[in-house]
Design a protein. Sequence first.
Length: 247
Amino acid sequence: MPTDTPQPSFVLVRPQMGENIGAAARAMWNFGLDRMRVVDPRDGWPNQRAVAMASGAGRLLDEAMLTPDLPTALDDCSFVFATTARPRGLTKPVYTPEQAMKEANARVKAGEKVAVMFGPERAGLENEDIARANAIISVPVNPEFASLNLGQCVLLCAYEWSRQTMSAEPMNYELAGTEWASAIEVEKLANHYEERLEEAGFFFPETKADNMKTNLRNFWSRMPLTRADVQILHGVLRQMVRWKERG
């Protein structure tokens, strides 16, 4: 059975290729959506090509609502979005996918049943289909090549839905078995470089030496160094000194 998570229904209107239906199912399930409705698929239902393409998301196809026409697919919905790449001469509010899924989330939270319509691959939704929608979703794409694959369009909307409903993970680092360097470790590294650079006559002229040392300290403190980084940088300097002494 579908999950209990409140969410919009994604309605595939007269889809043509089973592979694209399967790709749409995968895109939905990638982001936790599992309310698919399929209206009058060209190649019949069930569709083995859709099942093959859906891979681990085949459950969505098993549970999809199959309807012979669009009114039946939308009859329990109180707010409907229509995805289209072209202006259709219809007076309706136009949302980006991000704006649309924000609106959808608010309505779903309020207990409404929301649907998002996606048209057939060849030409998209017809005006008659769009006339049944309350609002339009238009993806800001290259105007010289505005056509999106069915699966791509579903993926965009599903991703934007997830952004509105899932807590974003903060940026993190993969430390690969090491730890962040402590302040004292960075301090010792700075001292090591300052001493060797002093010996090499780097801080010249003398009138600028203090400012150069301050800038160098700021450089070290600004870098997110791990203990492994600190060890490598110590080793680099030691090897350069050994090489010079051999010469």
